[in-house]
Design a binder for this molecule. Sequence first.
Ligand code: CAA
Length: 258
Amino acid sequence: MAFETIIVEIEDHVALIKLNRPDALNALNQQLIGEVMTALTEADANDKVRCIVLTGSEKAFAAGADIKEMSEMSFADVNLSDLFGNLGDGIQRIRKPIIAAVSGYALGGGCEVAMACDFIIASDTAKFGQPEINLGVIAGIGGSQRLTRAVGKAKSMDMNLTGRFMDAEEAERAGLVSRVVPAKKLMEESMAAAQKIAEKSLIAARTAKEAVNRSFETTLTEGLLFERRSFHALFATEDQKEGMAAFIEKREPQFRDK
Ligand code: CAA
């Protein structure tokens, strides 16, 4: 499918999805949301893809939902289309690992999309925020929920109530991002991380993702049981035999996703 608001490249088992509305700082309009979901769904179903990287431009990962498009919407429009909710849920349904490579502004829906990915690698220029309060609304794709789980109540309340931005250093300190790299190295580092994941058994990688995500949804006891059963299940795979044999034979494993 030909996309107009994103660019998709597949290289060495990694699908790179680049948000591409430079004139609007990659604001999330309906077309972009539809295209991102199509690209993610296609990447998830493509046997050649083993990891996904979602990124924006140097100036903006995404400056939020498209305010110009939203400004005329009614309660019924946002409620019935549930456009934004579907985006957050949709990203969460993707089973392959997704890295958000964030440079510049990740605000409102932009911050929320990054948080819906599995982890965030940030450039030292990244700025995160939930400034929806300045528009007379609140976050709509998880900014009050995922951000609170990531950075705790104090910082989440601060950001959601004052609308202030968090720079990359504070975001790393607070646990919102996994690492901060120089802006020039963002794509190199993010693609290298994705390549590393792509080398693993996809069954194990997807199971690890499921298990970590489960920790946000359930009690510790249930989560530990889920993890234990998943761990046991992986012993039914050829990749477990191969991974352990390769370790013992002091060679690189050849995973076959079986
Ligand atoms: N929606 C639509 N257009 C946007 C946009 C957005 N979220 N953010 C930026 N743009 C547009 C600007 O209107 C401008 O377009 P024009 O040249 O046609 O006027 C262009 O992108 C460049 O933006 P600025 O001139 O404002 O650039 P700047 O460098 O001076 O400021 C900024 C950058 C601080 C990010 C500023 O653009 C800004 O504050 N943007 C809005 C951020 C925001 O409030 N995001 C939350 C949106 S609501 C939401 O996301 C709801 C939800 O959770 C689902």
